[in-house]
Design a protein. Structure first.
Length: 98
């Protein structure tokens, strides 16, 4: 039984400048400041093909809610290209100790 969901995005031609502008508009921040409700893990990297984002969310519903309320509207606002999104059920995850 899955305990979470991995959400992977690939945004061709997306830039880090647009990403940082977008997270500021969403009220989230770099290096774990103000994480999105329900998001357990967020990682982003850039390459010549755009941005790659990997998230782990408690549930698909929590991701969908945040995407509809924050990601979608702010993506349009900053001109972020529409990404390809892939969902995979997560069977286990580990977190760093305090």
């Amino acid at each position: 039984m899955a305990i979470a969901v991995e959400v992977s995005f690939h945004g061709a031609e997306a830039t880090l400048d647009k990403y940082f502008e977008q997270i500021k508009l969403m009220g989230t921040g770099p290096e774990g400041a103000h994480p999105a409700p329900g998001c357990l893990f967020h990682w982003i990297t850039s390459d010549q093909g755009g941005l790659r984002v990997t998230d782990v969310w408690k549930t698909r519903e929590e991701f969908d809610r945040f995407a509809n309320e924050k990601i979608g509207p702010t993506s349009e606002q900053v001109g972020m290209p529409k990404p390809q999104i892939k969902f995979i059920e997560v069977d286990n995850f580990l977190t760093a100790g305090s």
